[in-house]
Design a protein around this ligand. Sequence first.
Ligand code: SAH
Ligand code: SF4
Length: 394
Amino acid sequence: MATEAPITQDVLTIPRKLPEDGKVNLVGLTRAKLREALIGMGTPEKQAKMRTGQIWQWIYHWGVRDFAEMTNLAKAYRAQLAEHFVVEVPEVVSRQVSADGTRKYLVRIAGGHEVEVVYIPEADRGTLCISSQVGCTLTCSFCHTGTQKLVRNLTAAEIVGQVMMARDDLDEWPEPGVGTGDAGPRLLSNIVLMGMGEPLYNFDNVRDAMKVVMDGEGIALSRRRITLSTSGVVPEIAKCAEEIGCLLAVSFHATTDEVRNKLVPINKRWNIEALLNSLREYPRLSNSERITFEYVMLKDVNDTDADARRLVKLIQGIPAKINLIPFNEWPGSPYERSDWERIERFADIIYKAGYASPIRTPRGEDIMAACGQLKSATERERKSRRQIEQETGL
Ligand code: SAH
Ligand code: SF4
């Protein structure tokens, strides 16, 4: 495995590694970038828009990876495409299926790094939880990913590629000439950016990837079926509303700055008040209904009745739903899950104040697929104390 020096927040670069033979991967390029790539290869400018549309449909609507199958293009043009480009998604290294149907994939990306992707089937939907970074620069003390060094941001190709990989595994691409893929409920109907990493610290790639996924002539998931979860990168929140327009979830987890500083150290940079101010604007800017407040239930840390009441008071005026997450323990984790009665009592106080307060049922526990347990097998190394200090000092 390649080892790279730890990269700090502000100097993150995206090694846009080309496939072995130097060909460019078309996956994850926005329409404009795809057009540019085609022109760069010699496609006449006046044909470029049409070719972009055709190739886009093959890749994202039909799920085709081989240019030879793109039968509405001239043979010579297909050969030319194959000389310059590939259509490549991350390689699946392992796939585990839980007793409850949850699937956890470990996928390998350029540089030999691995990230996890989780598919959660439910009665009315199928949700794919995708990753945006290898590791995370932040150090939330209850999160397994937070103990892992940030290795790098994922490229847009690697983010879209996780969705394409899952559709491969679910066998959900329409069969050319048979279906259009529009019939019936979708197996993969929703996306949550709740895997490894802080999506708002990889904003451009996440945005480009989501634009591809939302495009009506391809995978075509509506922006209301995509939820981005952030620990609270305040300056990026308005941008997320304006440039992606997806639903927002925020890792709130505490009702005083003192406790939140410990659980979600980014709070030292942007505290509860600053975060709430940015959230107040989100529904209007993104034209969406409500924000999900994620709240991990940690025994004797943030789970008292007083916390529940403070929470309700803090979010007053923000259209919200509070998602209570029973803490998922991981080997060596410094916290315990709150007792069930405590979680229910907490939920009840919030519910009585007029907010939906679902308790997230842990899924895929037998395969360590739950929220915050994701950590790739090859990146077990812990952050050094110095690195943690640097990062939490922000
Ligand atoms: N970095 C983003 C998204 C990834 S984490 C964020 O922090 O929001 C997705 C959710 O899982 C977050 O709400 C996170 O706080 C929560 N989480 C992390 N570790 C957890 C754990 N061990 N148990 C329960 N939830 C956890
Ligand atoms: Fe990073 Fe989110 Fe984990 Fe915090 S909870 S360390 S932001 S992945």
